[in-house]
Each structure stands twice: as structure tokens, then as C-alpha cells.
Design a protein around this ligand. Structure first.
Ligand code: AMP
Ligand code: ZN
Length: 115
């Protein structure tokens, strides 16, 4: 189920433009509009749920499948030297879009401390 008021659902439906890197039945990988590293992609599950606390068992299986798929695409995505996956949640996590997403950061040396 997608949500009419959600910016990532609109991207998934093609109502808002994005730079698509990869798409299949379960997920979309797009370029982040405001990159925090040389490579900054967002993995968007094609179902609307805000975060892992709202995720159903079935959605967690699909998300695991997406991450497994991502692991096979590391070289073609330019992430062969390493990368970081982040999923922000809530106020302290500074989540700004309430549709679960995983930041994929890489392409250059990242900071050794995250906060
Ligand atoms: P978060 O702060 O963890 O919720 O991450 C939301 C991310 O979505 C931020 O890194 C934004 O730069 C990114 N973002 C917001 N709108 C768009 C958009 N239309 N296309 C691509 N990335 C976006
Ligand atoms: Zn959504």
C-alpha cells in the first residue's frame, strides 16, 4: 500500500521525478537529492511504512531480500571499497521522511565516528 501524502510513495508512483539507480518489484534505489558522500543512494521499499517499528513480519522478509540483492550490486554501484547503510528513526535519529528508507553511503572515505 502506498500513501498519497508521502514523498517517497510519490517517487515510487512516478509522480515526482527521481534519478533511479535500480528498480524491482520490492524496491527502488534512487540518488539522494542532498548527497552526504560521493555516493549517496536511498533504498526505498515499495510499500509504505514509517520505520522498522511499523514493519510487518512480511515486510521484514522483503526488506531482507532487498538488502541481499543490494549485496550483489556492490561493484556496479561503485561501492567496492566499502559503504555504510543507515536508517534514521524518529526525532533523535533525525528522520525527515516517514517512509522507511536505507541510506547507502560510499564512494569516498567516511568518518570513523558517526556522532
Ligand atoms: P531522513 O532524514 O533519514 O528521513 O532522509 C531523507 C532523505 O531523503 C534526505 O537525505 C533527503 O535529502 C532525501 N530526499 C528528500 N526528498 C528527496 C527527493 N525528492 N529525491 C531524493 N531524495 C530526497
Ligand atoms: Zn510512503
Amino acid at each position: 500500500m502506498l500513501n498519497d501524502n508521502c514523498i517517497f510513495c510519490k517517487i515510487i508512483k512516478g509522480e515526482i521525478p527521481s534519478t533511479k539507480i535500480y528498480e524491482d518489484d520490492d524496491m527502488l534505489i534512487i540518488k539522494d537529492l542532498n548527497p552526504q558522500a560521493k555516493i549517496h543512494y536511498l533504498l526505498l521499499p515499495k510499500e509504505h511504512y514509517a520505520n522498522i517499528l511499523e514493519m510487518t513480519e512480511e515486510q521484514s522478509v522483503k526488506l531482507a531480500k532487498c538488502i541481499k540483492k543490494l549485496s550483489t550490486m556492490v561493484d556496479e554501484l561503485g561501492l567496492e571499497e566499502g559503504f555504510r547503510l543507515i536508517s534514521n528513526k524518529g526525532k533523535y535519529g533525525c528522520q525527515s521522511v516517514e517512509h522507511l528508507h536505507i541510506h547507502i553511503l560510499g564512494g569516498n572515505q567516511l568518518a570513523d565516528k558517526m556522532c
